[in-house]
Design a protein around this ligand. Structure first.
Ligand code: HEM
Length: 357
């Protein structure tokens, strides 16, 4: 059998964790017995394996839920589904789910992972190409490399996040979900900032106070998005579905009902949602103020001026979308639009900050 190159196989741990079934030594023996040529790095957390390993797993019916290859026949689907039925997520949350429904959630996860890997390749191949042609100055190359490393970390983080939904408490932890979102945003931040710097390398002479305002708003929007991660993570959008009041009160009395106090900020739906609203109010005050300052400033780049209009409009739209998501009890299309809107708002704030840097 020809040598199978290494492929990322960030998948082993679902089974190693659930069943303790994947023991690298046993797999190595299995591969040897069956004539598979290579067993590569195959650590307990399952970050890497080899295609040979994947084949070994598949032929033994111990293919993890989401491997590099999806199940290819009805029998394989059935087998994968049976594995899933052993998980706490199936037992506690999705009990009774049929094979068709399972396929649906399988494909969502599968494409998400494949897309992640594809992005890695789409980044790395041109990067190496341009390096080989010496088109990228070394100082920039390091920055691109750092972004690539962050992308790899995001993959690991994604796995760590999913793992939290596979153990006894079958929900993705709100902390890991938010960290995954935060890292995605940090990668976007780095790439967008670099791209803007390539398009518009010259710095403008602008008042320092305006710059501080713009940077401050970027930071507040970042925090807002993290707060949104917690709202989604503990499903706080399914409670208090009225605006502007929460169950008839501006500040619901139960916001400090958990002890110790700090837990309320991460586990209490009332507090988590209240914080999200509070930061929205803050943004609703800060962004128009920045817009007004930009409007009155004399010598600022045109990009900062139109960027200010765009930011104002996007923030208004985002707040309206958030309220619509909430009062309609989180329908998926609105929630997804609200999530995408957050990235647009963040990009618009970065654009203004970059123009004023
Ligand atoms: C600048 C303003 C806002 C930003 C940047 C923002 C950002 C976000 C983000 C990033 C999420 C997480 C989405 C996810 O991971 O699925 C989220 C969730 C949410 N936000 Fe906002 N938000 C804003 C304003 C608002 C407002 C004003 C409300 C309503 C009062 C609101 C209600 C919600 C709800 C209900 C969710 C949970 C959706 C779910 O469970 O999927 N947001 N927000």
């Amino acid at each position: 059998m020809p040598y199978a190159p290494f492929v990322p196989l960030r998948v082993l741990s679902s089974y190693s964790m659930l069943e303790g079934a994947i023991d690298p030594k046993a797999i190595a023996k299995l591969a040897k017995d069956r004539g598979f040529p290579a067993i590569a790095i195959c650590d307990r957390n399952g970050l890497y394996g080899s295609a040979a390993f994947a084949t070994a797993c598949r032929s033994e019916g111990i293919q993890p839920i989401v491997g590099t290859l999806p199940p290819l026949s009805e029998a394989e689907w059935q087998q994968t589904f049976e594995k899933y039925q052993l998980t706490p997520e199936y037992q506690l949350v999705n009990k009774g789910m049929g094979l068709d429904e399972f396929k649906l959630i399988f494909w969502w996860e599968y494409w998400h992972r494949l897309l992640g890997r594809l992005i890695g390749v789409a980044f790395l191949v041109p990067f190496l190409w341009f390096i080989a042609r010496r088109d990228i100055p070394p100082s920039h190359a390091l920055k691109y490399l750092a972004i690539f490393v962050l992308g790899g970390l995001q993959g690991a983080m994604g796995w760590y996040m999913v793992k939290s939904g596979l153990v006894d408490d079958p929900r993705v932890s709100q902390f890991r979900l938010t960290a995954h979102l935060g890292l995605a945003l940090a990668i976007f931040w780095a790439m967008f900032w670099l791209a803007l710097s390539l398009v518009s390398p010259r710095r403008a002479a602008v008042p320092g106070s305006l710059r501080k305002w713009a940077y401050g708003i970027v930071a507040v929007i970042f925090v807002m998005i993290m707060s949104g991660g917690f709202v989604a993570g503990i499903r706080a959008g399914f409670a208090y579905n009225t605006f502007p009041l929460m169950n008839g009160r501006f500040v619901p009395p139960e916001i400090f009902s958990l002890d110790p106090l700090w837990q309320n900020f991460f586990w209490n739906m009332a507090t988590v949602q209240f914080d999200h609203r509070l930061i929205a109010w803050l943004i609703a005050a800060l962004v128009p103020t920045l817009w007004w300052k930009l409007h009155r400033a004399r010598e600022i780049p045109g990009r900062a001026r139109w960027g200010g209009h765009l930011l104002l409009a996007l923030v208004a739209g985002q707040i309206a979308l958030g309220i619509a998501t909430l009062v309609n009890v989180v329908p998926l299309p609105l929630a997804a639009l609200h999530q995408a809107g957050a990235v647009l708002v963040f990009a618009a704030a970065l654009n203004v900050a970059h123009a004023l840097r």
